[in-house]
Design a protein around this ligand. Structure first.
Ligand SMILES: [Zn+2]
Ligand SMILES: [Zn+2]
Length: 255
């Protein structure tokens, strides 16, 4: 089986000692493509640089809600105008995160909306990070249509999310957290999301799956995530791997 990591942060400091070694070991194993995702001005530039160094890495650029004070939508537009963005495939990760910061909700919402508009201007899909903020996130995506596609990467499944996926053909990416015990509560919702709307990701170096929690995550853990997903959805693993692979190639225009 072949795999695509639709969300990773190989520019992260966690990989400073062995970045090339880990990336090469992924490509020498069963990983075909990696989408490296930015979270602010600096990491977006680093994502572009990584994708220009490695044939099989693509990039997504944007400002994460945690970085609302250090980068702007204009920064991302300027990067797009001034760097080699032939391998830029989306605006992300963008969205709302009320888990740690609750006093800047309006700033986060404005930045999210500005970046949806930017994605439409640049004809790119958006990659959404939504944590402890699902109602506001859904309200914004319903009012501000992302015209070139939507992928929910960090999210808590709800009935409304399932409706959005079914009604608008939005995509969702599952990561290591589906292997965590507390995630059992959303298995029923995962079953309702068609395989055609699913991708997989690691969010490396974060969120390693069981039994590797506490270690540095890498794309090499994708098979564990796919296996768990196949188990939850009661679909043959090989069949599911092909579907999520094709979904990822199509969404991110990989080749
Ligand atoms: Zn995220
Ligand atoms: Zn991420």
């Amino acid at each position: 089986m072949r795999y695509i990591d639709t969300h990773a942060h190989y520019n992260d400091n966690a990989f400073d000692l062995n970045r090339d070694e880990i990336i090469n070991s992924c490509f020498n194993s069963n990983i075909d493509f990696i989408v490296n995702v930015g979270a602010d001005k600096k990491s977006s530039i680093e994502s572009i640089e990584l994708s220009n160094k490695y044939d099989k890495i693509y990039n997504v650029i944007g400002v994460h809600p945690h970085d609302v004070l250090n980068s702007t939508a204009q920064d991302i537009y300027d990067i797009y105008e001034n760097y080699d963005v032939r391998k830029t495939r989306g605006i992300g990760e963008i969205g709302l995160d009320y888990a740690f910061v609750k006093d800047n909700k309006d700033l986060q919402k404005n930045l999210f909306i500005e970046q949806i508009k930017l994605a439409n201007t640049l004809k790119l899909p958006i990659i959404i990070h939504s944590r402890d903020a699902y109602k506001d996130t859904y309200d914004i995506v319903k009012e501000n249509i992302a015209e070139y596609g939507v992928l929910f990467h960090c999210f808590h499944p709800t009935d409304e999310l399932v409706r959005l996926v079914l009604d608008r053909n939005y995509m969702v990416a599952f990561g290591g957290n589906i292997t965590y015990k507390r995630s059992k509560s959303f298995y029923e919702l995962v079953k309702k999301i068609p395989a055609e709307n699913i991708m997989i990701e690691t969010d490396s170096p974060y969120l390693p799956p069981e039994p590797y929690r506490g270690t540095t995550n890498s794309s090499l853990n994708l098979p564990i995530i796919l296996k768990k997903l196949a188990e939850i959805k009661q679909i043959d693993e090989e069949e599911l791997s092909k579907i999520v692979y094709d979904n990822s190639v199509k969404f991110f225009k990989l080749k």
